[in-house]
Design a protein around this ligand. Structure first.
Ligand code: AMP
Length: 290
């Protein structure tokens, strides 16, 4: 695997590959890699001539400085995992490569209401930070395809919007969420849970499954309230439990039983904030209920 720390060097290396007619997929990450990340690398390997991964903990997207300081850093095991996965190129810059003028100030992106709902509401400034880093990374890497995880569903929509604002043609490939055996979505943040918290953390998945199994046409309030109860019972404090259409992505109070919807949860276990979601096809509800 070729490892680059300098933006100009990775750009010129990739330009050379492009000139030889090779296509490449890009998997941006913040490191502390787990099998969820590696599933994105696998998918990108299948669909491209080679794969570029980046590891950069982006200060601009952390609304909570403590969360940034505590973000796990495991670069040595990350590198060996990427090598085992067959990743060809790693871009591992320091902050000055991405933000020569600092990460605090800069441009604003008009991403509409995505900026203010759900994750945007609970993490002010987060998606502007995501746009800042992704614009820079896309300019540096210029991939044919961009691999993102459905676990960060709203982030996928934000990045899709960013690419259209930038008039970029790279295709986004959204990959399914990998889970532990007990249903907990894999996340770099899981390593910060104590043993006791880790045991209770699959409560998020249980709440999502509850919604999947009990959602009915009509008002959604009761099923959301029940899911909140499940989370509280597992020791979470709840930021939100919401149900949105996958297309419009605005939180819904009622469902017609026909359109595809997604249940989304953000909740805190102690100091660790976890998010997860589940797409619910209309056919999951029993026929007589629709
Ligand atoms: P992160 O390092 O958390 O910024 O994640 C990098 C990429 O991996 C993002 O596109 C995430 O959505 C994706 N990702 C994170 N966790 C998972 C998971 N459990 N399964 C699949 N993809 C994931």
């Amino acid at each position: 695997m070729n490892i680059y720390n300098q933006s100009a060097e990775v750009t010129s290396y990739l330009k050379q590959l492009r000139a030889e007619g090779r296509q490449y997929g890009f998997v941006p990450t913040m490191g502390a890699l787990h099998r969820g990340h590696l599933s994105l690398i696998d998918r990108a390997k299948k669909e491209n001539d080679l794969v570029v991964c980046s590891i950069f903990v982006n200060p601009a997207q952390f609304n909570d400085p403590k969360d940034f300081d505590l973000y796990p850093k495991t670069i040595e095991t990350d590198i060996s995992q990427l090598e085992n996965a067959g990743c060809e190129v790693l871009f591992y810059p320091d902050t000055s490569q991405i933000y020569p003028a600092g990460s605090a100030s800069g441009e604003r992106y008009d991403i509409g209401r995505l900026e203010f709902i759900l994750e945007g509401k609970y993490r002010p400034g987060h998606f502007q930070g995501v746009c800042k880093v992704m614009r820079r990374l896309m300019n540096i890497i210029q991939p044919d395809r961009l691999y993102l995880g459905q676990k960060d569903f709203q982030q996928c929509l934000v990045i899709q919007k960013l690419l259209s604002l930038m008039h970029l043609k790279a295709r986004i490939v959204t990959c399914p969420t990998l889970r532990e055996a007990d249903g907990l979505a894999m996340s770099s943040r899981n390593t910060r849970l104590t043993a006791e918290q880790r045991e209770k953390a699959p409560g998020i998945f249980k709440a999502l499954c509850y919604i999947r199994d009990h959602v009915r046409r009509g008002t959604l309030n009761q099923v959301k309230e029940d899911a909140v109860e499940i989370l509280l019972r597992h020791g979470f404090s709840v930021d939100y439990v919401e149900i949105s259409s996958t297309k419009e992505f605005s939180p819904m109070q009622e469902w017609d039983g026909r359109i595809e919807i997604i249940a989304l949860i953000a909740a805190r276990m102690g100091e660790v904030r976890l998010i997860d979601n589940m797409v619910l096809q209309p056919h999951v509800a029993p026929k007589e209920a629709i």
